[in-house]
Design a protein. Structure first.
Length: 220
């Protein structure tokens, strides 16, 4: 399943696109890393159907850190052709043997790669052998997706020319690992949630304004 005509509601949000891997194949998802193999077992997913299986080969003993990551991605246009501003990403995640070090949602334009950490083993834990729901911040503020090199304007500009979107994993061990993705959804908040987001952004802007005003007064 991909673009959903008219959308549907899930937990107060409208699902506008979804990949659930309940048809054969990877639905266009790929990986550029030679140590990562993507497949669809067509069973065992969080909804009982298929899922995107990510199998990582053992990391080499020499320079093992070079192969501890995995990125599964899909061309944005094959998932959703609408306006990406305000979209939120949600998906189910499976760790076969060992929880990952961290998991991120990443997306890119021709200019930059943006990322948001949706699981970090340093602050939370994940059970293996069961599906875990992960949710990203909405694509509203660059501060939720930036690693220190962007700006709000660049963020908005890149959203209008998004190239691909995917899930990035940094594993916890150099042993062979298997992870799974299922029900990868793009959602937009219902009107009441939009109002909450707008209020939060206004509050943040006012806070920054007061902070800069205070600094200016102190240096005068």
């Amino acid at each position: 399943m991909s673009l959903l005509a008219g959308g549907r509601c899930v937990h107060g949000s409208i699902v506008v696109a979804e990949h659930d891997w309940n048809v054969p194949g990877t639905m266009g998802w790929t990986s550029d890393e030679g140590w990562v193999t993507l497949s669809n077992p067509m069973t065992g997913g969080s909804d009982g159907g298929g899922y995107l299986k990510m199998a990582l080969d053992p990391a080499p003993l020499i320079d093992p850190g070079s192969q501890w990551h995995a990125l599964a991605k899909v061309q944005a246009s094959s998932l959703f052709a609408g306006n990406w501003q305000g979209v939120q990403v949600a998906f189910n995640f499976w760790a076969e043997d060992v929880q990952p070090e961290y998991v991120q949602v990443r997306w890119a334009s021709t200019n930059a790669v943006w990322r948001s950490t949706v699981f970090d083993s340093g602050s939370s834990s994940m059970s293996t052998q069961q599906w875990t729901s992960l949710v990203s911040p909405s694509l509203v503020s660059y501060l939720d997706w930036d690693y220190g090199s962007g700006s709000q304007q660049r963020f908005i500009d890149d959203l209008s020319a998004i190239d691909w979107i995917g899930v990035y994993i940094w594993r916890n061990t150099g042993m062979a690992q298997e992870y799974g993705l299922d029900e990868f959804r793009l959602m937009v908040p219902e009107p009441a949630e939009y109002m909450m987001i707008a209020a939060a952004l206004v509050s943040s802007a006012l806070s920054l304004r007061r902070r800069w005003a205070g600094r200016a007064a102190a240096s005068a």
